[in-house]
Design a binder for this molecule. Sequence first.
Ligand code: SAM
Length: 280
Amino acid sequence: MAADMSGADNVASFYEGLGQVLNIAWGENLHYGFWEDDADDSTVEVATARLTDLLISLLDPAPGSTVLDIGCGVGKPALQLIAARETRVTGIAISDVEVKQATVRAAEAGRSDLTTFRNADVQELPFEDNSFDGAWAVESLLHVPDRGRALAETARVLRPGGRLVIADTVQRPPLDLEARAVLDEICASYHVSAYATADEYQGLLAANEFVDIDIRDISDKVARTGMIMADVVEARRDELARIDGPEPVDQYIGLMRRAAASPGIGYLVIAATLAPAADS
Ligand SMILES: C[S@@+](CC[C@H](N)C(=O)[O-])C[C@H]1O[C@@H](n2cnc3c(N)ncnc32)[C@H](O)[C@@H]1O
């Protein structure tokens, strides 16, 4: 049978290749770090956990509530959420390798009872309507070709009044030629769909019945991420090159440095509430 080269397969192979390398070099919170200011010398582990804490406070789930983790990676943010709030988390990712690792991490943490991980595409969620009290998508929607469909599906499976939190890298127009070139190269190399904008998210959320939409640009707090990520990968370059080959590792280091220096890429955290049912 011919290989299926659909977008989802490409994203999965990224997370089973270079994504695994990044888990080793950067850590299993495969998302940006949050540094308070220039004097903040927190480690990557502390800074990435701090970003998760910010998202937990925005989601603000009640103990025992059900949360859908869209693009759960290897489960570290879900386990931090459970430790903080005793929620039940269903995590989805597009790669079987991530799903397996997340399941193992949850078992090691003694949290199998509060977690379920499975392979699913946010554009076609395998859940009944009104299944979850809350949802978050931590740096996953950047990979999704049809973000409108993803948010429509998320709205369908959330109960009315449910919270949604999104963290994502976005483009900040106007872009000069170098900024456009960096974005295009990242999209082509890392299976990122076209970068969204803050306005696009505002429009898509409103169109899918989300209200109280709070969009915060925290680019200055996370700006150090790209350079540090390039540094930690470069420091272990030979070891990592043995896992996924030297070319993807070297390309990643160079591109991360250019991206970190580009004013065209920003970072948003977004919180919104699905409109309550009309009769409530
Ligand atoms: C940058 S990683 C972030 C992982 C995790 N949220 C974290 O912060 O550590 C992106 C995640 O999005 C998932 N993903 C990409 N496209 C997806 C899709 N269409 N549906 C569901 N998950 C997707 C990947 O499998 C991966 O787990």
